[in-house]
Design a protein. Structure first.
Length: 212
């Protein structure tokens, strides 16, 4: 099966990027990372990319007048590396997805969308709110990206229990262990041509069958 060429968008430490790198080395992710785009020049994820000989660049929102110009710059860079699938990996900026990239951009969110999601919901803010709310379950969601924060069709969700004694940090660690499984799983399904989007639903074709 052909390896899918990934473009990875980051904003911070790059732990999800590192998970991709580790999974590729372990042959559990059918992909190669073509390039990395960071929203800021101080993101540690840039160091991870360069240590693994992955082309990486910073494209800062403040350097572009409009959201469309900013997004166009990102996708032009991705296209220069013949990227098949764009993966948001802790990327915090809103981007405008061109029509031709619909169904080819993924994100992962550290909660069960549509709970605890949307603009401003990221990182420990999510896990703090989970503890405060008293819910018994949380998890992570891999979804296709549209032009609204955490809104696109859901591909995979993984559920974890919230225990009475849990701190937000406990939940963060437990959810991230599921993120490390869910995101590569979704990418592998994409690489196998098994994902079909119908409106708000993503159907997963049985093994051996591909989306036409």
């Amino acid at each position: 099966m052909k390896k899918v060429r990934l473009g990875v968008l980051i904003s911070g430490s790059g732990t999800t990027l590192q998970n991709f790198i580790d999974c590729i080395k372990a042959s559990t992710l059918n992909a190669q990372i073509a390039c990395v785009v960071s929203s800021g020049e101080n993101a540690y994820g840039l160091v991870r990319a360069r240590e693994n000989n992955i082309p990486a660049i910073t494209i800062a929102r403040k350097k572009y007048g409009t959201l469309e110009e900013f997004s166009d710059a990102i996708f032009a860079y991705l296209e220069s590396f013949a990227v098949d699938l764009v993966t948001l990996a802790g990327y915090l900026k809103l981007i405008r997805v061109p029509d031709k990239w619909s169904g080819k951009v993924m994100n992962i969110h550290p909660a069960l969308v549509p709970a605890f999601c949307g603009e401003g919901w990221y990182g420990m803010k999510v896990h703090d709110a989970v503890v405060e709310s008293g819910v018994k379950f949380t998890g992570c969601t891999v979804h296709f990206v549209d032009n609204v924060y955490d809104h696109g069709p859901i591909i995979i969700q993984k559920v974890v229990s919230v225990l009475d004694e849990d701190t937000p940090e406990d939940i963060r660690k437990r959810v991230f262990e599921q993120e490390k499984i869910a995101y590569p799983e979704a990418i592998n399904l994409f690489a196998a041509g098994r994902l079909k989007v119908c409106g708000r639903r993503v159907y997963i074709a049985p093994y051996g069958e591909k989306d036409d």
